[in-house]
Write a protein that binds this ligand. Sequence first.
Ligand code: IPM
Ligand code: MG
Length: 359
Amino acid sequence: MSHKILLIPGDGIGPEIVNEAQKVLDSVAKLNGGAIEYTYGLLGGCSIDATGVPLHEETLAKAQDSDAILLGAVGGPKWDNLEHSAKPEQGLLQIRSALELFSNLRPAILFPQLAEASSLKSEVVSGLDILIVRELTGGIYFGQPRGIHINDAGEREGFNTYRYCESEIKRIGRSAFEMARKRDNRLCSVDKANVLEATVLWREVMRSLTAEYPDVELTHMYVDNAAMQLVRDPKQFDVLVTGNMFGDILSDCAAMLTGSIGMLPSASLDKNGHGMYEPVHGTAPDIVGQGIANPLATILSVAMMLRYSLNEPTWADQIEVAVSSALDQGLRTADIYSAGTTKVSTPKMGAAVVSALSQ
Ligand code: IPM
Ligand code: MG
């Protein structure tokens, strides 16, 4: 079975980590007698440099024509001074929106080997396995009106709009309930319903979905409390569902529970399971070109891609076992290094996963 993958390495450390993930994908395909066909696309800063825009229609067409998309990261200091609407990050937001990738799955799983790398006590995080389901194509990220204008008092004023319609809340809600069903049947919906009307509706709609999912236990939590609970007792959660901005913030927070943001994969899916896969971390401009970035979040994103879009769950399991085996050997990139382990480069970590695959 051949799968057609669009690779978008992007900016910063993106090309370094996508390169390793590609080697792992090729190896797992070979191991199982499958084949991968690649196309390549530009997004973000490199796309601005080559085409003048952060998302060129050619990349979008390739994305629509592929079985799945693997993305590194976009953005960087080189493009920081561009006007807001021309920045690399806009390309990412545009591709998510154009492909209707409304359901963003961000699992935070602690590999037991990394309990010591977390900034939290190991008893607080050991065994951690939670899933954040973030709404990705609506909310304040996309709400109109937005902008910076001169207000009636003659002063500059910035404004954004936090809005969600019922159908948007329902579809992300259903995604999250379905995920909870495959796990421990517990879903916590995160909102700010004590202040924001948009999330009063969010809470109501989530509650109405319990009629369709009577087997899933639904609870609600305000976002400020959820941030606190994530660092106080993260294991109380199974699946969290929340809007675009809260999900952005909480998922970075959850990432650190696992030792390093360099370990966190993600999937962004449309209603048919077509999707884009990317590490949660960004372009890490401070370490670009040094060969020290952690490729594991991208490699684990490949595993998610195989499971959710390509229907190759066995290959996904094999990759996750291989990652665990590389960690068992004591191999660590700088971000997860601790005394008594062996510090390795980006390509060494990729090669260790590849070699563990065939063991
Ligand atoms: C993420 C990132 C993006 C977001 C940025 C780069 C636009 O932080 O994927 O979490 O805010 O969604
Ligand atoms: Mg983010």
